[in-house]
Design a protein around this ligand. Structure first.
Ligand SMILES: [Zn+2]
Length: 378
């Protein structure tokens, strides 16, 4: 297959670089890519990492997969991009140094557009609209996304937070209520996605409910776009902390990748259970945020991944002498997913992400908002 201008060869690993854009001093930024085409026909699996330049576990896991994968034993094609953000990697920052945009919010927008009808004429309306003038990162990702219709499965590897439990994010699937059969297709896609996440082998966590998902532009993340625009199975893996490399986490990431390649029939072998970290899939989880109500120093009382019951103390906020100012308790049964890398807090500081049981639909119409009575009458 051909990815932009890099052509794969049957039974070989092909290495190349795709031109991204020109720097002011005239050199070209390039995206590294490895295409592993098997001898037999089969699905196309895209594996990417490091779109947030400081998140390194995916990058290292993918380097090792590239070294270990044997193209003659692959059915189909595996496309591996160790870093979707080479400039962010060099400065170990979430965004590349040439733009402030979050690179994981710049992928093709799957949400049907509602153009507002202006009651006035403005010749500069387009001039003022930043969406009509995307930055170079978005222009490149839009060009790169042209390969996504050829891709059958997509996993994007990230890192979450210090001390966080490694887990996978699963996107809700959205459908157009006016399109016949799209709800049923969305339900099927959700199930395929869920099976793929389970095959990977880490704890499954749903992405945020629609309001917060769209507010945070997660529908324009690599996987949000792939699942909801290209309507194919894919998910995001979150592998512990950023900014360093832990070889045990790299091992977990690789076990998961081999597992999904086996699950899709692209390589032979039995799935391997991940046992070095807690995998909590007896409940379908979603996240909420734990905040402090006072200034002080926050100290966790439990570990990430440790199940606690409603009312159990999970954080203590102390003053400078160690006196307890506030005890934060679990609002319901769940676990701390990840804590932020700090010890100081103020009123409303976010301390951690906590998992609770999901009660919100996993397949939803794009127009998820409840219409109030006033609107209905119009
Ligand atoms: Zn990330």
């Amino acid at each position: 297959m051909k990815i932009i201008d890099i052509e794969s060869k049957k039974g070989e690993k092909v290495f190349g670089y795709i031109d991204m854009f020109e720097y002011p001093h005239g050199t070209i930024e390039k995206l590294p890519i490895c295409i592993v085409e098997g001898l037999e026909e089969g699905p196309v699996f895209l594996l990417t990492g490091n779109i947030h330049g400081d998140e390194l576990h995916g990058l290292v896991a993918l380097q090792e997969i590239i070294q270990e994968i044997n193209p003659t034993k692959v059915k189909g094609t595996v496309i591996i991009i160790p870093s979707l953000n080479p400039a962010g990697l060099l400065v170990l920052k979430r965004s590349p140094f040439y733009t402030q945009s979050d690179p994981n919010r710049l992928w093709p927008n799957p949400k049907p557009k509602k153009e507002p009808k202006l009651k006035y004429d403005d010749v500069y309306d387009e001039n003022l609209d930043s969406e009509k003038h995307p930055d170079i990162q978005e222009i490149f990702y839009t060009k790169f996304a042209q390969i996504l219709p050829e891709v059958d499965y997509f996993i994007d590897l990230h890192c979450h937070a210090i001390r966080s439990l490694p887990f996978s994010y699963l996107d809700r699937v959205y459908y157009d209520e006016k399109k016949e059969g799209e709800k049923e297709q969305s339900e099927e896609l959700y199930e395929k996605n869920k099976n793929l996440v389970e095959a990977y082998g880490l704890t499954l966590v749903l992405e945020g409910p629609p309001k917060h998902y769209f507010d945070d532009k997660l529908h324009r993340s690599t996987i949000g776009s792939f699942v909801n625009k290209f309507r194919k199975p894919g998910f995001t893996v979150e592998l512990g902390a950023s900014g360093y490399v832990d070889i045990d986490i790299v091992k977990i990431a690789k076990t998961g990748i081999w597992n999904v390649l086996k699950h899709t029939g692209m390589i032979e072998g039995e799935l391997e259970k991940i046992e070095s970290v807690a995998v909590l899939n007896d409940t379908l989880w979603r996240e909420i945020i734990i905040r402090s109500s006072t200034s002080g120093f926050y100290i966790p009382l439990v570990k990430c991944g440790e199940i606690v019951e409603k009312g159990d103390p999970i954080f203590e906020i102390r003053d400078i002498f160690g006196n307890i100012k506030e005890t934060i308790i679990a609002v319901e049964r769940g676990t701390i997913l990840g804590m932020w890398d700090d010890v100081c807090c103020y009123p409303n500081s976010e301390l951690a992400v906590y998992l609770v049981e999901n009660t919100i639909d996993v397949v939803l119409p794009w127009e998820y908002e409840k219409k109030d009575e006033e609107e209905k009458k119009e």
